[in-house]
Design a protein around this ligand. Structure first.
Ligand code: FDA
Length: 394
């Protein structure tokens, strides 16, 4: 079968691209090895899909070339996707920090994208395993699969990154890029919980479930959001965000009193209530379960405020505002929301996502070295990059 455009991957970017190319009257086939489209969309945002963000800006994306994402994000903006969601009468709300979620279910987003495809006569081939993809001498692409052979003028690779292999993630895009002589920048898990060494993991595991508002930083970035202590280590939005900037082997600094001056609070308490237990004072500011464990970690249990010598005060204040934690690693692709790195953007047109050295071949979505913050930024990249390829392929 011959098509104008073959899209590999029926995820967020692939569905968007196929619908847009179909709307241009291109004949489009979407190939996926899964049984159904949009698996990640369905589980995203706790089943409600954080589909975009009011505050999309290029500086919320990590890429070797920080300018690369600008064109796509301005060609198809968050307002364009919101207009589509409204056209389908999908109810949504802002949860926090501009993050937009469906009121009911992520299923509505998948159904909307599939409708956009089928209304534009896009065809689907599910459970298709690609055995080879070649560019022929007549400039057409030939794709061999267990479901037959397909040819097309353009191929758009939208098969995603490595995160969550149990949802069908494969390195297909990277292998294909290498087959066509493209550079793939080293990949690693992003938006992922931290794991800890036993000396910290074990005491913290006993208070798993404790959540606190923190500011967490690496030398280059800081995020002020919630942190969650788990039985494996640290998670929650603040930790997921900073994980994308963390260099393995480095420390993260955690400010557990980000909205105040802990030194001043402590000095005042020592003056006004010297006979109060340190843990009682700390419990006025932090969860009681956390205080006991924190004091155990700092070896400062069973002290009255008046017993704190100068060095101990300094040590306590330093650890409250700048608790240096060295993660042992991350939970990896098993739980990561995204994959950092990928197809080097130097080799792609930022306007169309086409490979400069191979006309007709496009890479979009997570397969490309563009990774957004937590909060709808990654889906917006999928919609925007998918749109650009969809407007140009075929
Ligand atoms: P995506 O992974 O969506 O799609 C790739 C498709 O290619 C899949 O259908 C897969 O089956 C197919 N495929 C893979 N290999 C193949 C092969 N060899 N042959 C054929 N087909 C193949 N982002 C956000 O903005 N808001 C959110 O709320 C969330 N929440 C979230 C939760 C969880 C648990 C995860 C894991 C991720 C998120 N994300 C997110 C990130 C978001 O899901 C991600 O950025 C996009 O899905 C990327 O879209 P793509 O289309 O590039 O890949």
């Amino acid at each position: 079968m011959k098509y104008d455009v073959i899209v590999i991957g029926a995820g967020a970017a692939g569905l968007q691209c196929a619908a847009v190319a179909g709307a241009r009257n291109k004949s489009v086939l979407v190939i996926d090895h899964a049984k159904r489209p949009g698996k990640k969309i369905l589980i995203s945002g706790g089943g409600r899909c954080n589909f975009t963000n009011y505050y999309i800006e290029p500086d919320k994306y990590i890429c070797k070339n920080p300018h690369f994402c600008k064109s796509a994000l301005s060609q198809y903006t968050q307002w364009d996707f919101i207009a589509l969601v409204e056209k389908y009468k999908i109810a949504y709300h802002e949860k926090t920090l501009g993050q937009l979620f469906c009121d009911d279910s992520a299923k509505e987003i998948v159904a909307m994208l599939v409708s956009e495809c089928t209304n534009n006569k896009v065809q689907f081939q599910y459970e298709a395993n690609i055995t080879s993809l070649e560019k022929e001498s007549d400039a057409h692409f030939r794709i061999s699969t267990n479901k037959g052979e397909f040819t097309s003028a353009s191929v758009v690779v939208a098969s995603g990154g490595l995160s969550m292999p149990k949802l069908g993630a494969t390195p297909f895009a990277y292998k294909l890029a290498e087959q066509f002589g493209l550079e793939v920048l080293p990949t690693r898990a992003g938006l992922v919980p931290f794991t800890l060494n036993p000396e910290l993991k074990e005491p913290l595991a006993q208070i798993s479930g404790v959540s606190m508002s923190v500011s967490i930083s690496t030398p280059s970035n800081a995020f002020k959001e919630d942190m969650l202590i788990t039985h494996r280590g640290l998670s929650g939005p603040a930790v997921l965000q900073i994980s994308s900037y963390w260099e393995p082997g480095g420390d993260v600094l955690i400010d557990m009193f980000p909205n105040g001056d802990f030194q001043a609070e402590l000095d005042q308490a020592i003056e006004n209530q010297p006979n109060v237990q340190l843990k009682t004072f700390l419990s006025q500011h932090f969860a009681k379960r956390f205080v006991e464990t924190f004091l155990q970690i700092l070896s400062m249990e069973n002290l009255l405020l008046k017993q704190l010598i100068h060095k101990q005060r300094e040590y306590l204040v330093k650890n409250v505002h700048e608790w240096a934690v060295k993660p042992s690693g991350t939970e990896g692709y098993r739980t990561a929301e995204v994959t950092l790195g990928g197809v080097n953007t130097d080799q792609l047109s930022s306007k169309t996502m086409e490979v400069k050295s191979c006309p007709g071949l496009y890479f979009i979505g997570e397969s490309v070295d563009v990774t957004g913050w937590l909060g709808g930024y990654n889906f917006q990249w999928a919609w925007s990059s998918g749109y650009c390829a969809g407007m140009n392929a075929g």
